[in-house]
Design a protein around this ligand. Structure first.
Ligand SMILES: *Cc1c(COP(=O)(O)O)cnc(C)c1O
Length: 420
C-alpha cells in the first residue's frame, strides 16, 4: 500500500480546543454573583444619589491604590475614558493628537469625538508606537501623544515621555489592552498625564462594559468629571469649586457594572502572575528557533502576557507558518491577514482614511479652527504593515496547563521544521 498524501499521515500536536477566547469572563464566580447581587438587594444602581461609598467609588479607590495615583474616574467604556481624558486635558478643535497605526479604531475616533485630528504614526517591532517616528509627525498644532499598550505590551514610555517633555506635549496612555501591566516598575496608566482603561469583555477584566480615567492632574480630573455627566455640577459632589462647568455627556458607570468590575479587579495580580508564568515558559521553549523573531517587549517584566507574538522573514512565510500552526491545532493568523478587515489596523479605518464625520458640514478636519493639513492613505505606514504582515499572534490564557504550554512549544517547533 502506498501513502497517497501527507494529510492522511499527519498527526497534529493538539486535537483539544485551544484556550478560551475571553480572559475576563472565564473568571466569573461566586464573588461576582455576590457583589452584583448586593447591588440588586440594596435596590440602588445609581452611584450619585444618597450613596457615599458607592461601588463605583470603591472601584475608583482600588485603581487609585493599584496605580498609586491621585484621581480615578469610573466611566461606562474605554472609549468614554479616552474622550473624557482628552477633553479633560483641554484637547479640542484645531489640535492634532499622535496615535499609533496599530490600535483599536476607538483610540483614533475618541480624538475625533473630542473634535481634534488624529495623526497616524508608525509602530515598530514592539507593535507599539515607534518613538523614532514621532518627531517627524509633530507640527505646530500637535497637542498630545496617545501611546497604546497593545496586546498587553508596554510602550517605550521613557522615549515617549522624553519627546513629550521636549515638545511640551500631553501624554494620554491607552491602557485598554494592558490592565495589570507595568513599565520599569510603574503601573501602566500612571506614567503619562492620564491613563485610560477599558473593562469591556475582551479585556483582562470586565465590568460588562466600563472604563476608568486615571490621572495625577487636578484639572484633567475635574474636567473629565464634568464631561462624563452633564449634571455634574448639581450633585453636590464637585470637589473643584473653581472648575468652569460646561456641557457633557452621560458616561456614568452603573453600580451593577462597578460591582462586577470590583470583583474582577481584585484578582488582577493573580491572573497576570499566571499569564506571565505561562508566557515565560513558552518563550523559553521557542526563543532559539532560527526561523522566528520574537516581538520586542520594551519591559518583559511588565508584559501582561496574554499574547505571544513573533515575526517570520516575510509575509508569505508568515502565512504559510500560520496555516502550519493551524494544522497543528493552534488557531492563529498573521495580524495583517486573519481573514477579515482588522479594525486594529489604520488602513481599515475607512471613515478616518476618508475624513468623514457624522455630518459633512463641520468635521475636525474641515472646521475653521484647524489650520493643519493631515493626510491619510492606506500605504502611509509601510513599516507597520510590514511588521503586521509578518507577525503571528497566538492568544494565551491564565487557565493554561503545563501540557497546553508544551503543546504551543511543540507546535511552533514542528511548524518551523517544515519551513525551508
Ligand atoms: C477596547 C479598546 C478601546 C475601547 O474600549 P471600549 O470599552 O470598547 O470602549 C480603546 N482602545 C483600545 C486599544 C482597545 O483595545
Amino acid at each position: 500500500m502506498t501513502v497517497n498524501n501527507e494529510q492522511a499521515e499527519h498527526t497534529p500536536v493538539r486535537t483539544k480546543p485551544w484556550v478560551p477566547t475571553f480572559l475576563s469572563s472565564e473568571e466569573f464566580s461566586e464573588v461576582e454573583k455576590q457583589y452584583v447581587m448586593k447591588v440588586i438587594d440594596n435596590k440602588h444602581v445609581f452611584r450619585y444619589s444618597g450613596k457615599k461609598d458607592s461601588e463605583a467609588a470603591q472601584l475608583e479607590k482600588l485603581y487609585r491604590d493599584r496605580l498609586n495615583i491621585k484621581h480615578c474616574l469610573a466611566v461606562n467604556a474605554g472609549t468614554s475614558a479616552l474622550i473624557s481624558a482628552l477633553i479633560g486635558a483641554g484637547i479640542g478643535p484645531g489640535d492634532e493628537v499622535i496615535v499609533p497605526a496599530y490600535t483599536y479604531i476607538a483610540s483614533a475616533s475618541a480624538v475625533l469625538i473630542a473634535r481634534a485630528v488624529p495623526v497616524i504614526v508608525e509602530c515598530d517591532d514592539s507593535l507599539t508606537l515607534d518613538p523614532n517616528a514621532i518627531e517627524a509627525a509633530i507640527t505646530p498644532y500637535t497637542k498630545a501623544i496617545l501611546p497604546v499598550h497593545m496586546k498587553g505590551i508596554p510602550c517605550q514610555m521613557d522615549e515617549i515621555m522624553a519627546i513629550a517633555r521636549k515638545h511640551n506635549l500631553i501624554v494620554i496612555e491607552d491602557v485598554a489592552q494592558a490592565n495589570g501591566g507595568s513599565y520599569k516598575g510603574k503601573q501602566l496608566g500612571s506614567i503619562g498625564d492620564a491613563g485610560c482603561f477599558s473593562f469591556q469583555q475582551y479585556k483582562l477584566i470586565t465590568s460588562g462594559e466600563g472604563g476608568m480615567v486615571a490621572t495625577n492632574n487636578d484639572t484633567i480630573y475635574a474636567r473629565a468629571c464634568v464631561y462624563h455627566d452633564s449634571a455634574y455640577g448639581f450633585w453636590g459632589i464637585n470637589e473643584f469649586e473653581n472648575v468652569t462647568l460646561f456641557p457633557g455627556e452621560n458616561y456614568r458607570m452603573s453600580e451593577i457594572n462597578a460591582a462586577l468590575g470590583l470583583a474582577q479587579s481584585e484578582r488582577i495580580d493573580t491572573v497576570v502572575a499566571k499569564l506571565r508564568n505561562n508566557k515565560s515558559k513558552i518563550v523559553a521553549g521557542i526563543k532559539d528557533i532560527p526561523q522566528i523573531q520574537l516581538q520586542r517587549v520594551p519591559d518583559p517584566e511588565g508584559d501582561v502576557s496574554y499574547s505571544l507574538n513573533f515575526f517570520l522573514k516575510d509575509a508569505e512565510t508568515a502565512e504559510k507558518f500560520a496555516s502550519l500552526l493551524v494544522r497543528e491545532g493552534i488557531p492563529c493568523g498573521t495580524i495583517n491577514n486573519n481573514g477579515f478587515a482588522d479594525r486594529h489596523i489604520y488602513k481599515n479605518w475607512t471613515y478616518i482614511m476618508e475624513k468623514r464625520g457624522a455630518s459633512e458640514q463641520d468635521t475636525p478636519w474641515n472646521c475653521q479652527s484647524y489650520k493643519g493639513n493631515v493626510q491619510y492613505s492606506v500605504d502611509m505606514c509601510p513599516n507597520t504593515l510590514d511588521w503586521l504582515s509578518r507577525a503571528i499572534s497566538i492568544s494565551l490564557h491564565q487557565s493554561m496547563s503545563e501540557e497546553d504550554c508544551q503543546d504551543a512549544i511543540n507546535a511552533i517547533q514542528k511548524a518551523a521544521s517544515f519551513l525551508d
